[in-house]
Write a protein that binds this ligand. Structure first.
Ligand code: CTP
Length: 368
């Protein structure tokens, strides 16, 4: 049996980037031999094993055939006679289809190294189309390696357009799509992900709502440049959509609650925040209540940061409303509930008294 390092680990080493996890390929072995050497199978009918000590993935060389629609529609052929080259052919991109043996010799039958040097994301063979998720993967790699000057090869973009037109993207599960989108959002230039999806007509299949809001990408670009977390990036991207569309996108993709909440609140409250300096104390209070700023101060802060990124994306020098609203939140939060409780107030009466005290605090804040 021969063992090779494959995929991302080889690619990222050649690019001089940090290698996070290593995928290994085993050629010339049977399932029984792997068991005998102590490797643990990952699943019942998937020829992938975990190393008994390192826990790294070791996959038996295989060929893949698509036998139906969707992700389930695959049959694998893993056997000791599948060669290294056959296994590499079924992979998505030439830069992901290189292998390295124990002596450090590089196997590169599809010229991935040349494509790496020329900064090109190019598919290996027509087998690319067998997994529609690869459309998202290519867009994600484009977003990750954009700072290095990578672009998608024209023939690969054309193949991605054909996949979009086939309707196959609709067969992807929400979980698989979101996993890619989530990773893409956290890349160096996430806006490139959406630009590539737009260029191959996949955006209209996966996120049709976004087509009407290309300006949103500028805010996302700012959020990434500032190293902000996932939910803030997501809120920046969706903020121009009507609330009903924001809800629909989140439900369809089954996004995490934190992403759903901040995106919806940002879409609903951005216009109000823009006018913060002119708002009466009652409207300021309403905004703070909507965010439940007393129990969830960080959520309001995340919203303000998203607003700042949106302003920067629109070419503004800053967003003075953010500082003003931070001050308003601090003033309202400074109201002490204790004296009201000690005065014997409970339930609804306590709630109303608290609200009235906070309103006074905001009126005083406005006068300063
Ligand atoms: N692969 C593929 N098609 C897919 C998924 C994976 O061809 N839909 C192949 C590629 O050769 C890839 C390898 O499997 O390099 C490992 O996949 P994965 O670990 O998902 O990606 P990496 O390339 O390691 O990239 P990342 O840095 O994003 O983890």
């Amino acid at each position: 049996m021969h063992i090779y390092k494959v995929g991302g680990a080889v690619r990222d080493r050649l690019l001089g980037r940090p290698v996070s996890d290593i995928d290994w390929l085993v050629v010339g072995a049977t399932v029984e031999e792997m068991h005998a050497k102590g490797y643990r199978p990952v699943g019942a009918d998937f020829p992938v094993f975990l190393h008994p000590k390192t826990g790294e993935e070791y996959a038996l060389a295989r060929t893949e055939r698509k036998s139906g629609r969707g992700y389930g529609g695959f049959t694998f052929h893993a056997s000791p006679d599948v060669t290294l080259e056959e296994d590499l052919t079924r992979r998505d991109l030439t830069i992901n289809a290189m292998a390295e043996d124990e002596a450090g010799t590089l196997y590169d039958p599809y010229h991935g190294q040349t494509d790496l040097e020329n900064r090109i994301l190019r598919h290996v063979s027509p087998a690319f189309a067998e997994d529609p998720l690869r459309v998202l993967r290519v867009a994600r790699f484009a977003a990750r390696y954009a700072p290095l000057g990578f672009r998608v090869a024209e023939e690969t973009l054309e193949l991605m357009r054909q996949i979009s037109a086939s309707g196959e993207l609709q067969a992807l599960t929400a979980e698989r799509s979101w996993k890619e989108i989530e990773r893409a959002l956290m890349e160096a230039q996430p806006q490139v992900f959406f630009q590539v999806l737009g260029a191959c007509n996949a955006l209209q299949e996966l996120l049709p709502e976004l087509q009407a809001a290309p300006q949103a990408l500028a805010a996302l670009e700012q959020a990434a440049a500032h190293g902000l977390p996932l939910h803030v990036r997501w809120a920046c991207l969706l903020r121009l959509l009507p609330p009903a569309s924001i809800k629909a996108v989140n439900q369809r993709l089954k996004t995490p609650r934190e992403c759903q909440e901040l995106a919806l609140l940002t879409g609903e409250c951005l216009a109000l925040a823009d006018k913060a300096l002119e708002l009466p104390a009652s409207a300021l209070l309403e905004l703070l209540q909507k965010f439940d700023v007393y129990r969830r101060p960080q959520r309001f802060e995340d919203f303000l940061i998203a607003c700042e990124m949106i302003a920067l994306g629109e070419g503004k020098a800053g967003y003075p409303q953010a500082g003003y609203l931070r001050g308003a939140a601090a003033a309202a939060r400074a109201v002490d509930v204790k004296p009201l409780v000690q005065g014997g107030l409970t339930g609804q009466a306590l709630g109303e008294a608290l609200k009235s005290e906070r309103l006074h605090a905001l009126e005083a804040y406005k006068l300063n």
